[in-house]
Design a protein around this ligand. Structure first.
Ligand code: HEM
Length: 116
């Protein structure tokens, strides 16, 4: 199950179900890096690109490699601000664990029913 969890995380890293997400500013705001956002501005982050950046994930960023999530076979979670597929902070996906469970149930069905 550690390997399956790692493989599903790797899948979401490279193919996030929500590849682009963002917010619209209700008021003028200054981001932590000093960038000024004006009321009405839209700010987006691109999870699809973040999951493929070598300065975040290393030179093998574009490879599908579940092992990157494992240490001696044990799953190692990443900061949600790095692995952004489920969003991060107070508005993070509320049902992330449930979504993983659903993906595992579907995986079991696929592995049981098909020769891949
Ligand atoms: C692999 C599957 C899923 C992915 C990748 C995913 C991803 C996300 C992301 C990126 C957000 C943040 C959206 C935003 O605020 O801009 C979010 C929010 C949310 N997700 Fe998921 N989600 C998944 C499955 C699910 C499932 C199965 C449920 C419910 C059964 C769920 C319930 C929610 C809820 C309620 C929020 C809103 C949280 C809030 O705004 O406070 N998600 N999800």
């Amino acid at each position: 199950m550690h390997y399956l969890h790692a493989a599903l995380s790797e899948m979401l890293r490279l193919y996030p179900a929500l590849p682009v997400d963002g917010r619209c500013a209700e008021a003028d705001y200054i981001l932590p890096d000093g960038y000024r956002v004006k009321k009405g501005d839209n700010v987006y982050y691109i999870a699809y690109a973040i999951g493929r950046m070598s300065n975040i994930w290393g030179d093998d960023a574009k490879d599908f490699k579940p092992e990157r999530w494992l240490d001696n076979g044990i799953f190692q979670p990443e900061s949600p601000f790095k692995f952004i597929a489920s969003h991060a902070g107070p508005r993070m996906c509320l049902r992330k664990d449930f979504a993983y469970r659903q993906m595992k149930i579907v995986s079991v069905g696929l592995i049981f029913l098909f020769v891949i």
